[in-house]
Ligand binder design. Structure first.
Ligand code: SF4
Ligand code: SF4
Length: 453
């Protein structure tokens, strides 16, 4: 047996912890057992006698210890292949309105205002009808533009999805990515009735900053209107606030968190940082000229750690570790599609609104054009850096769009690549407070802690 290449160790006074990215498990090894484990991992024959069989079994179950001949990279490659071609779950991202009532200078969409009409809705339902006999779960992300500008089609489609999935015993769930300006209380109740669980809203700083980064199409501020809506939204939905960070606003993040805490939101919503990227795909999206404000990936990874310190301090997050993944996003999963408001199909969120990236039409969804191929051929296992990367099991090649664009290639990575030691260390601090014994899934430890919060 030998040690997995995806172990991350963290030492404490009376124990060591080891996290493994392939399993997502964390194991606590008390000091007395450490010399035996270290000797065993170093290949000392007699060390096995100093390791308890139960501890060795935990190391194997947590994939921290693997057979000498076990090909971890081959195992991950087949996990990636199976995940990307999984036909039991089906997912759609639906752009109910490509138009938006905001005009953010970093938006990566070239917006041509239009609302999803009845003809496109009927075509979406025909696709679901085709899929229902073979799937066990169907998930939807409501997306835009601003999806609530197209609320009527969102509600009508939701009712049909729920009726069809319930009739076929298919699990249905949905989430929404919205700018938050149209989230009045009635809308929140309507969304919850339509099984929308998580609602992602963006606030980019205190009012002075946010209103500059996320003004209305007429140039007015939007901060307080969103906060007013969040006061009731948290009673209906799991609200996640995204803060897009870059050089122009990072030093004002704490003020935003103080304001949200003063509003009584601590423990009621979570806050996380998003990375801004200047995307220039030739579609004249606003973000094409925004790159100079953006963090590079290593800078963003560092900023994320400082951000996490703040969100923990103000009660807006607790530490977590990335979960092992198969295929990271819609772009590379064969059974997922993004449907534009006119029925045009895309694979990548950053392509929405870009005519050059349309892969087909919902009315003939099985007849995609040649542009689909590049997404389904994307292979992180052909990339030397990915093959050698400690983050591979949780990242699986990261953002395919960025990886395939020479100007964005260095922005493709999961932050775990740059700050894995800090991320595991932060999580271990929580595990120590939690009183972790032996082997646990990092997800369960986080959930236990979240409950206790
Ligand atoms: S973090 Fe970067 S190098 Fe590592 S697997 Fe992901 S994309 Fe590849
Ligand atoms: S390829 Fe990148 S930008 Fe496109 S959907 Fe995936 S993660 Fe998002």
């Amino acid at each position: 047996m030998r040690e997995s290449r995806y172990n991350v160790w963290e030492e404490r006074a009376d124990a060591a912890y080891v996290y493994n990215g392939v399993s997502g498990a964390l194991l606590r090894i008390v000091s007395e057992d450490l010399p035996g484990v270290r000797g065993y991992l170093a290949g000392e024959r007699e060390a096995e006698e100093r390791c308890s069989p139960a501890l060795l079994a935990d190391l194997i179950r947590g994939r921290m210890l693997v057979r000498d001949e076990f090909d971890e990279l081959g195992f991950l490659a087949s996990r990636y292949h199976l995940g990307r071609h999984d036909t039991r779950s089906f997912a759609l991202t639906l752009v109910t309105s490509l138009g938006c009532n905001f005009d953010c200078p970093y938006c990566f969409e070239a917006k041509h205002p239009s609302i999803m009409n009845a003809d496109v809705q009927a075509a979406v339902l025909r696709v679901l009808d085709d899929k229902l006999p073979e799937i066990t779960s169907f998930s939807v992300t409501w997306y835009g533009g601003e999806p609530l500008v197209g609320k009527r089609s969102l509600l009508a489609l939701s009712d049909e999805f729920i009726a069809r999935c319930d009739a076929h015993d298919v699990f249905y769930r949905a989430d929404i990515i919205t700018n938050g300006s149209l989230l009045d209380e009635q809308t929140c109740a309507e969304l919850r009735e339509r099984r929308v669980g998580t609602c992602q809203v963006t606030l980019d700083g205190p009012p002075e900053i946010h209103d500059r980064m996320r003004p209305t199409a007429g140039g007015r501020g939007t901060f307080w209107g969103i906060v007013k809506n969040l006061r009731h939204a948290v009673a209906y939905l799991d609200v996640v606030v995204r803060v897009n960070i870059g050089g122009q606003n990072f030093d004002r993040v704490e003020e935003l968190l103080q304001m949200l805490a003063a509003e009584g939101f601590a423990g009621k919503l979570t806050v996380y940082p998003g990375q801004l990227v200047g995307v220039d795909d030739g579609a004249a999206a606003p973000s094409a000229t925004y790159g100079h404000h953006c963090f590079t990936s290593p800078e963003f990874a560092r900023a994320q750690q400082a951000f996490q310190d703040l969100t923990e301090r103000y009660g807006f997050s607790s530490p977590s570790l990335p979960r092992a993944t198969s295929a990271p996003c819609t772009a590379v999963r064969a059974n997922e599609l993004i449907v534009g408001s006119k029925g045009e199909l895309y694979k990548c969120f950053e392509s929405v609104g870009n005519r050059l990236e349309v892969i087909g039409d919902i009315h003939q969804y099985q007849e995609a054009n040649g542009r689909l191929e590049k997404w389904l051929k994307y292979d992180p296992f052909a990339d030397t850096e990915c093959r050698e990367c400690v983050a591979l099991p949780v990242c699986m090649g990261g953002c395919a769009h960025h990886a395939m664009d020479p100007k964005l290639y260095n922005n493709r990575c999961d932050t775990f690549r740059y700050t894995y030691q800090e991320q595991v260390g932060r999580f271990v601090d929580m595990a120590e407070r939690e009183g972790l014994e032996g082997l646990a899934s990092a997800t369960n430890v986080a959930a236990r802690m979240e409950k206790a919060r």
